[in-house]
Design a protein around this ligand. Structure first.
Ligand code: NA7
Length: 530
């Protein structure tokens, strides 16, 4: 058994930041990583076309002014390989690899004697504190179609793409799923494959990335004000670095609104949700933007018979996370690309040669699941986590995830979550949220140490209050109106609870500051360590 102050689970952006920060503050840290490489989501999601949907200059660490000045992003929305190069650079620059244990999957953790016993597939650790940096979208979800064992072709998942890649030239490829991964993958696969069939369940309101190279001028302009840009992002609703409208979509003249959408559409990416302040709050406001997006999609598609299938209807724009795409809808104009709407003709299973729908057999050499993840709670519930009185996290979350501030769970002392359920991270620039959480947790550990406290936990009352607040804020929005992974609809049988905090990055920051000012209100710091 190896003894450390802190075990960090996961070597993605969150785990690496936790390692760096906690080590700088004098803690002995071990990062335990199930994969055979560093980078978390960017290690696993190697599918062609994979890229970030937040701008590169913002989707990067903000803790070191030299780091942000020296790194040069080549594209506005970085590809997976470029992000992994950045991760490697950070790992080398801050000498992080020596405390990362690869191929080490945590299987069980038990709270005992003011610390955690951590069992893994590769040894055991004893730690005073555990930081779960396991990601929000890290446990891939399989559509569980019958007959897969009989299928003679290749089956891949976007989030488990082979490291060595796969040559799709001349192949008949089927892609199931049209979320962010599917919409990024489809245009690239269409270029390579002999024929592509896209199996779509829910049409998406995808926003154009308007990607391109970062010019020297653009890079210099960001770097000249990088500190201010980061600070503005920390004080914004989503952690993105552009000004947010304070106007209502319904208070402006329709022509002016149209002009505003036209300007925002190609430039804001995911931030288009904030084109007006009430797009996610008011159905009539949302209808104005949903109509606009449908019109934009329709203008890209040259086969009118596809429009009833490709145009999203029946749920508010933004209530499912909108993909940010590069040429997705235009791909369907090709003669070698076909759309199967599985709402009309569901897939019933695999055959030896492909997929069977209720209508016909589609022969395929490769089937790609772009079917997403067991979101938010999947990775936290995968290991058995046993807290006070032998109660497991699975039992505590039987009716859906419960946290205080997204950071701790009552009954699980000295265990922290980065970018967890009940925090704004799933609706924000997650890198910024990660850094905010890590710094805050590190401050809390320091505060506990300064008081000689061995145990840091949250009260059941504080947790109940936060859960109520998270729900109350969510219910005031349009988010619950869609079937989405925000609501736990990603996995059949999962409790239908809204998981992220919609109060925004800035609002959440103020709450965290108030909790500290109120002597860590809701937390109990107890036990003498010296
Ligand atoms: P998402 O966004 O969860 O998308 C998954 C897609 O797969 C979505 O279109 C689903 O349709 C579809 N899906 C899931 N299960 C099935 C089955 N059984 N049959 C047919 N279609 C299915 O995951 P992504 O990987 O695309 O993106 C994840 C995040 O990565 C994204 O939000 C960004 O933050 C980056 P549905 O919409 O549920 O009807």
């Amino acid at each position: 058994m190896t003894d450390v102050d802190v075990v960090v689970v996961g070597a993605g952006f969150a785990g690496l930041r936790a390692l760096h920060t906690l080590r700088e503050r004098g803690y002995a840290v071990a990062v335990l990583e199930a994969g055979d490489g560093i980078g978390g989501v960017w290690h696993w999601n190697r599918y062609p076309g994979a890229r970030c949907d937040v701008r590169s200059h913002d989707y990067s660490y903000g803790f070191d002014p030299d780091l942000e000045q020296e790194w040069r992003w080549t594209e506005r929305y970085a590809t997976q390989p470029e992000i992994l190069r950045y991760v490697d650079h950070v790992v080398e620059r801050f000498d992080l690899a020596r405390d990362v244990h690869l191929r080490t999957r945590v299987t069980r953790m038990v709270f005992r004697d003011a610390g955690w016993d951590v069992e893994t597939t590769n040894g055991a650790w004893r730690a005073r504190f555990v930081v779960m940096a396991t990601g929000q979208l890290s446990i891939p979800k399989d559509p569980e179609l019958p007959g897969q064992a009989d299928y003679a072709g290749t089956v891949l998942h976007t989030a488990r793409w082979p490291r060595e890649g796969i040559d799709l030239t001349g192949k008949r490829v089927g892609v199931i799923g049209t979320g962010s991964s599917g919409t990024q993958l489809v245009p690239v696969v269409a270029e390579q494959a002999a024929h592509l069939t896209v199996f779509q369940r829910t049409p998406n309101f995808s926003i154009p990335a308007t990607n391109g190279p970062v010019s020297d001028e653009e890079d210099a302009a960001v770097k000249a004000v990088y500190r201010e840009r980061r600070e503005a992002a920390r004080n914004s609703p989503t952690g993105l670095s552009f000004p947010v409208s304070r106007e209502s979509a319904l208070e402006v003249d329709p022509e002016e609104r149209r002009r505003h959408y036209d300007v925002q559409w190609p430039t804001t990416g995911f931030g288009f949700l904030l084109a007006y302040r009430d797009l996610m709050l008011d159905e009539a406001a949302n209808a104005t933007v949903a109509d606009f997006v449908r019109e934009k999609i329709a203008a890209k598609v040259t086969k009118p018979e596809l429009l009833p299938h490709l145009l999203p209807e029946g749920y508010p724009f933004g209530a499912k996370r909108p993909p940010v795409d590069s040429g997705y809808f235009e791909t369907f104009n090709r003669d070698d690309v076909e759309l199967v709407d599985v709402r009309d003709t569901p897939i019933t299973g695999f055959t030896e040669h492909g997929l069977q729908t209720t209508e016909r057999e589609v022969e395929l050499d490769v089937v790609v699941f772009a079917t997403g993840f067991d979101a938010m709670t999947g990775a936290l519930l995968k290991p058995e986590i046993v807290g006070r009185d032998g109660r497991t996290l699975r039992e505590a979350w039987d009716a859906g995830p419960r946290t205080y501030l997204g950071l701790q769970v009552a009954g699980f002392p000295n265990l922290f979550v980065v970018a967890g359920p009940g925090s704004p991270s799933l609706l924000s620039n997650v890198l910024l949220s990660i850094e905010q959480h890590v710094d805050w947790i590190a401050d809390l550990l320091d505060a506990a140490g300064a008081r000689g406290a061995e145990v840091v936990e949250v009260t059941a009352e504080a947790e109940a209050g936060w859960v109520a607040h998270v729900n109350e804020r969510a219910e005031a929005t349009l988010y619950p109106q869609a079937r989405s992974y925000y609501m736990g609809d990603d996995v059949p049988g999962k409790p239908r609870v809204f998981t992220p905090y919609v109060g925004g990055v800035r609002g959440y920051k103020r709450i965290l500051e108030r909790v500290v000012a109120d002597d860590y209100d809701g937390f109990v710091l107890s036990g003498a360590s010296r």
